[in-house]
Design a binder for this molecule. Structure first.
Ligand code: BGC
Length: 726
């Protein structure tokens, strides 16, 4: 332990105080400073030493991203930081404006929706490791991510910050991410709890939904984050839920999160998400952040302290909040010499960012093997579109990253093809202002080249894919549809690459003409290299859509039902359980590209499905076993997806639901047996009457395949007995 380590300082101060006093014996080393003491012992010991003022200091911010230090006891300031896909730049203490430091560059990972497109918990672990290590190097204690709100509407401005439309997929990835972050002695703060599914009126809208929908769609990823991932922090959402603001919502925070789920960490408010001292004090908020008031006027600052002093709130209410903060602090070894160190912008982090970006890229369409491109058979390439040169790491608002560097797609392509191919670049469109001659120049460039690559999409700025606003429609903005139509008319070998953080509508006229379409997402620091490696076949794409791409907005459930963005300040989730593919499949609406879809440069064959019943007593109730073979000529990876359908349920259920998946890498000609155990929860629905999950005896159909609309194998399974679990 170094002499200026917080624990050493505290111990020295205590020893000095003891030496100067006339007391006969020096106090032994306090239990809270002993890393070998049990966590709860340390918590209780320290709690007992804190004054009222010091306790109050731990339950509210003293700058935009800190709570106060308690130097007397050796507690440093506690540092929070955004965000989901990298460590945000430093901001000024009292505003969100950049602090202007030169040592706060970080690795920008692909956005969370891209991570979800990898369908790979190992990728989520690598992602979390980068976040954890960089957070430690930057001195952060609590990282504000991952976001696990379900993609209810494709218009949500923050879709890119979340893990898609399926609770099971989101849960699996969140758990890996959180465990990895926290293995570096940094707490992970899962957000925004709960039902924060639109940016329109986000600070005030009241969300109403039935209990089954809450439990089956909107809560599972949070529950998994807390119970399986062990997340030490949860951020309340801005919106109201059933009439009460989420950051001070008795039902969500006290009853569900802390009561039913046994959460022992801290609930943090979203920045300015606190509205009332009494509700914040009593309904489960533990740390108030970002309120637009002087710090001492925060709801949980002076007003709370006065309430405590006047007996309005029992002291135990404050102690519970403080205990939670201390628990998180000791769990992440904040004052221990053993606390993990960190590193930033390392080659290993950059390589991880590139690999995740590569694995996230989704090949949506590839007719006549238009991709991959073979540079030895090309002499000229026309790269078109603003997103070929645009940088996106610094977009998204609170999720913005001051990237150490960011390779844009054009650079990635230029580096990959070297001098052997003549590459021209024309923007084709501009997000800032209309420029009609750009289309003509792009068309001329396309005509003159062997192949044209249009790199378009959205901007990662308001009102496209950015916090603070939803999109107004699903269309590609800035005349891109017209541009692509013209380009493909001039050169049939046109590849379309979309750079976006949420689904976009694709014009039927160009989609029919263009042989290949790629969704590249906001790919972070290494975006351009990752894209080039996929386009030129160094990497075989293996990403799958984590959300449905509808043909038109009106096909999406919330929009089909007129249940977005709500009326008179209330949004009712009338589609209930039928979110994303659950709606499209149950209502038999053809999507543009279905949930789970993604092509490869090789082919996979599925065979030999067996569904083996288990006892369910200790092990799985069924084991799904099948074979996958790579029958093409390239190494590749396939995400095998398992969907469950209950043949005759006693309650209405979505026609099918994702209950398992496995990403399998195969050499050409290789075949593997995949074995996936299914627990009873894979068959269960939530019964609000019984407050728990019912798996009914009866027949189930299990589909296994490469997307929600690509069932390659189908089998039946009979669940022998009905069972119940809370
Ligand atoms: C966002 C949070 C973010 C916080 C701090 C809020 O506007 O909703 O996701 O963590 O700001 O920047």
């Amino acid at each position: 332990m170094s002499a200026n380590h917080p624990a050493a300082m505290a111990f020295a101060l205590l020893a000095m105080a003891a030496a100067c006093s006339t007391a006969p014996a020096a106090e032994p080393r306090p239990a809270y400073l002993d890393p070998a003491a049990a966590l709860e012992t340390r918590v209780e010991d320290l709690l007992g030493r804190l004054t009222l003022e010091e306790k109050i200091a731990l339950v509210h911010g003293d700058s935009k991203f800190t709570t106060a230090a308690i130097p007397r006891l050796g507690l440093p300031q506690r540092w929070f930081s955004d965000g989901p896909h990298g460590v945000r730049e430093e901001v000024q203490p009292d505003s969100f404006h950049a602090a202007g430091h030169t040592d706060d560059f970080a690795t920008c990972l692909p956005v969370l929706l891209a991570l979800a497109a990898t369908w790979n918990p190992d990728a989520a672990r690598a992602y979390g490791d980068v976040i954890g290590e960089e957070a430690r190097q930057r001195g952060k204690d609590i990282m504000l991510g991952p976001g696990v709100n379900i993609a209810r509407t494709p218009l949500n401005g923050r879709t890119s910050e979340y893990l898609g439309e399926d609770p099971y997929l989101a849960a699996r990835l969140a758990v890996s991410y959180i465990r990895a972050v926290q293995s570096h002695d940094v707490a992970s703060c899962v957000k925004h709890f709960a039902a924060n599914n639109q940016e329109t009126q986000r600070m005030s809208v009241n969300v109403e939904m039935d209990e089954r929908t809450l439990r089956e769609i909107y809560l599972p990823a949070f529950r998994a984050a807390v119970q399986e991932g062990g997340a030490w922090a949860v951020m309340g959402a801005y919106n109201k839920f059933r009439g009460q603001f989420c950051c001070q919502n008795d039902y969500l925070l006290n009853r569900v999160l802390k009561g039913e789920w046994g959460f022992r960490g801290i609930v943090i408010s979203d920045w300015s998400g606190t509205h009332d001292t009494r509700e914040a004090a009593l309904n489960g908020l533990d740390v108030e952040m970002g309120t637009n008031k002087p710090y001492d006027n925060y709801y949980l600052a002076r007003p709370f302290r006065e309430g405590l002093q006047q007996g309005e709130f029992p002291a135990a209410v404050l102690d519970d909040k403080v205990r939670r903060s201390l628990r998180v602090m000791f769990a992440t070894h904040v004052i221990d010499a053993s606390r993990a160190g960190g590193s930033i912008n390392t080659e290993a982090h950059q390589t991880a960012a590139r690999r995740i970006a590569e694995e996230a890229i989704v090949l949506l369409k590839n007719e006549g093997a238009a991709l991959p491109l073979d540079p030895t058979k090309l002499t000229s390439l026309a790269v078109i579109g603003e997103n070929a040169t645009a940088l996106h790491a610094y977009g998204g608002d609170s999720a913005k990253i001051k990237a150490f560097y960011e390779v844009n797609p054009l650079d990635g392509i230029l580096r990959r093809v070297g001098d052997s191919v003549t590459v021209t670049y024309s923007p084709g469109y501009r997000s800032a202002n209309a420029a009609p001659d750009l289309v003509e120049r792009a068309v001329a460039a396309a005509r003159a080249a062997d192949v044209a690559i249009v790199i378009g999409g959205l901007t990662h700025q308001k009102p496209f894919d950015c916090e603070g606003a939803d999109r107004s429609d699903l269309k590609l903005p800035f005349g891109q549809d017209e541009l692509i139509r013209r380009v493909v008319a001039a050169n049939p070998r046109t590849i379309v690459v979309l750079v976006s953080g949420s689904p976009v509508e694709m014009d039927a006229a160009w989609l029919a003409q263009v042989p290949a379409v790629v969704e590249a997402w906001y790919g972070g620091t290494e975006a351009g290299n990752a894209l080039a490696r996929v386009l030129f076949g160094d990497v075989n794409p293996s990403g799958k859509l984590p959300c449905t791409f509808p043909k038109q907005l009106a096909d999406s459930p919330a929009h089909a039902l007129g249940a977005y963005p709500g009326r008179a300040g209330v949004v009712r989730y009338e589609e209930g359980l039928l979110v994303g593919y659950r709606w499209f499949d149950t209502k038999q609406i053809e999507p543009l590209f279905p949930f789970g879809h993604g092509l490869s440069y090789t082919r996979f064959e599925y065979s030999a499905l067996q569904i083996v019943p288990g006892t369910g007593a200790e092990g799985p109730v069924a084991t799904v076993e099948f074979e996958i073979a790579n029958t093409g000529a390239r190494e590749g990876a396939e995400v095998a997806q398992v969907y469950v359908h209950e043949n005759e349920a006693s309650v209405p259920r979505p026609v099918q639901e994702l209950k398992a998946f496995r990403k399998v890498s195969l050499q050409p000609g290789e075949k593997q047996t995949v074995t996936i155990p299914l627990g009873r929860e894979a068959f269960a629905f939530y019964d609000p009457g019984q407050h728990g999950w019912v798996a009914e005896a009866g027949e189930f159909t299990i589909h296994v395949g490469g997307s929600s609309r690509d069932a390659r194998l189908t089998g039946g399974f009979r669940l022998a007995t009905t069972s119940f679990a809370p």
